[in-house]
Each structure stands twice: as structure tokens, then as C-alpha cells.
Design a protein around this ligand. Structure first.
Ligand code: A2P
Length: 267
């Protein structure tokens, strides 16, 4: 990262990595993905998040971003919204290959396999950019060592917002390293504001039972099913309520239980 440091206008503060952008892809006018070089000393667990900033001020603005790449990847991937006038994303959306992005050294988070009791089936419920931590976890072999079946749900307002997840899952199916475990993965996409084969909020689809019919599964049960949730604050609260009605209980790193939650931060 010496090159990156040399390119920043301000000194890189202690406890922060300065990493180089290796790719950027824009999906819609609201969504983009970027990848960074990974510092050799950076360790994280799939599903965790880090604080990201730009070297454009003496006191950079940092925001929490889930690492979307798995722990074994030699680069770091992030999936971001573009908030008009947002203190970080307004600038971050303009990054190009070779630019420098800052990253605090310590990762953290609750969407990790360790926070859940063993189970048969893992549900990952996401809306919008809340798919990011699951993009990491579905590419991690550990997820499939712990569960027989993994179901990733992704709900967005519009069809074009599903593309990041769809491309990720189809790339996995063709990948020699993760292709075999991807057989245990089911991807269930819905939209709420446009015509599409599957429509509706995840909360409504669980309450009506439609999602279980569509997937040919029994309703969620604390005996067999585990949940992870990532989305807006309102989505987290409503999805938690539905899971609790099925008998699931919230867990944490030091107290594993049957579901865990994490906010999709930048909104
Ligand atoms: P809807 O279009 O009905 O609001 P957002 O971009 O606002 O975070 O929304 C992303 C997706 O999450 C949308 O499809 C949205 O549906 C859905 N959503 C928003 N709020 C909730 C909620 N409280 N519970 C479940 N899904 C929600």
C-alpha cells in the first residue's frame, strides 16, 4: 500500500489502511460495486463489516460497509448505494481504478456463522444493498459445512437492482472452487414496484406462506431453520417480528441463538 499512501494528499492516519481500487462497476444510477487490494495483515470473518473513507480531507468521513467478498479472496469487494449529497457516497461513486480508498483496520459484525446455533437450513434475508454481507457468506465454504441448505432472499424495488446478486450467484455456479457448494444454495428474488415473476415484500411472502410454497419447504421452525437479516431499519424490525412468530430468537457473537441481524448501513 506504499503507492496508495504516496498518492493521498493528507497523511494516512494510524490504524487505517490505504488501498487501491482494482475495479468499479455501476449497476444503476443508485448502485455500484468496487473492489480493493487487500492488505496482507487484514483478517476478517465472512459477513463482517469495516469502516470505509476517502483520503480527500484531513478528517475523512467513514461509513460502515459490509465486506461482500469471502474471507479467502485476495481482494476486497464492496456493494454500495449512491446517496445524492451523501457525505461519503457522493464522492465514493466517482472512484476509478488506481484511486485510493481508506479502510479502518478492525472488522466487526454479527452476521457470522459463530452467532448461530447449528441448524439444517440457513435463511439469508436481504433488501437493497443488504445483500452485501451475504455475498460474502454464500461464497464461503464454512457456510455449507454448517448447513445442508442455504436460501438467499433478495428483495428490491426494481428488477435492475437484482442484477448484482444474480450475477454473483451465476458466477458461483460456474466457479470450480465454489460451484459444488453452490448446489446447496437457492436464490429467491422478488421486487415490489415493478412487474416480475416474483413480487412482494419478504415479510408478506413469509406471512402468507407463499415463499415456502414456491420453494417447496415447510414453514420456518426453530428445530431446523436459522436466519440472518440485513436491510433497512424498518425491514429489520418487521422481519425480526415475523421470525419471532415462527419461534426464532435473536443471537449474538457471545450468545448464539436462531437468528441474527445487521443494519445495511449507508441509507
Ligand atoms: P417497498 O417497495 O414495498 O417499500 P428500500 O430501498 O426502501 O430499502 O427498499 C428495498 C426493498 O425493501 C423494497 O423492495 C421495499 O419494498 C422493501 N422494504 C422496505 N421496507 C420494508 C419493511 N419494513 N419490511 C419488508 N420489506 C421492506
Amino acid at each position: 500500500s506504499l503507492d496508495a499512501t504516496a498518492k493521498t494528499e493528507f497523511p494516512v492516519p494510524a490504524g487505517i489502511f490505504a488501498e487501491t481500487v482494482t475495479s468499479v462497476e455501476h449497476y444503476t444510477d443508485r448502485l455500484f460495486k468496487f473492489r480493493l487490494t487487500r492488505p496482507a495483515s487484514f483478517r476478517f470473518r465472512s459477513g463482517e463489516f469495516v469502516m470505509i473513507g476517502l483520503p480527500n480531507a484531513e478528517k475523512p468521513v467513514f461509513r460502515a460497509y459490509s465486506v461482500a467478498s469471502p474471507a479467502w479472496d485476495d481482494e476486497l469487494e464492496f456493494y454500495s448505494i449512491k446517496v445524492p449529497g451523501g457525505p461519503l457516497t457522493e464522492h465514493l461513486q466517482k472512484i476509478r481504478i488506481g484511486d485510493t480508498v481508506l479502510m479502518r483496520k478492525k472488522p466487526t459484525g454479527t452476521l457470522v456463522n459463530d452467532a448461530l446455533l447449528p441448524g439444517k437450513r440457513l435463511w439469508m434475508f436481504s433488501t437493497g444493498t443488504g445483500i452485501a454481507p451475504f455475498a460474502s457468506l454464500v461464497r464461503d465454504p464454512e457456510t455449507y459445512e454448517k448447513f445442508d441448505e442455504v436460501i438467499l432472499t433478495h428483495t428490491c424495488r426494481n428488477v435492475d437492482e437484482l442484477r448484482y446478486g444474480q450475477e454473483l450467484v451465476s458466477a458461483m455456479r460456474d466457479d470450480p472452487l465454489v460451484g459444488e457448494m453452490a448446489q446447496k444454495l437457492r436464490h429467491y428474488c422478488t421486487v415490489t414496484r415493478e412487474e416480475y415473476p416474483r413480487q412482494g415484500r419478504i415479510t408478506d411472502l413469509m406471512t402468507s406462506g407463499k415463499i415456502f410454497d414456491d420453494l417447496g419447504l415447510l414453514p420456518i421452525s426453530p428445530e431446523t431453520d436459522r436466519g440472518m437479516i440485513c436491510g433497512s431499519k424498518a425491514m429489520l424490525n418487521d422481519t425480526k417480528r415475523v421470525l419471532e412468530r415462527f419461534g426464532l430468537k435473536e443471537g449474538a457473537n457471545n450468545n448464539p441463538a436462531t437468528y441474527v441481524v445487521e443494519r445495511a448501513f449507508v441509507d
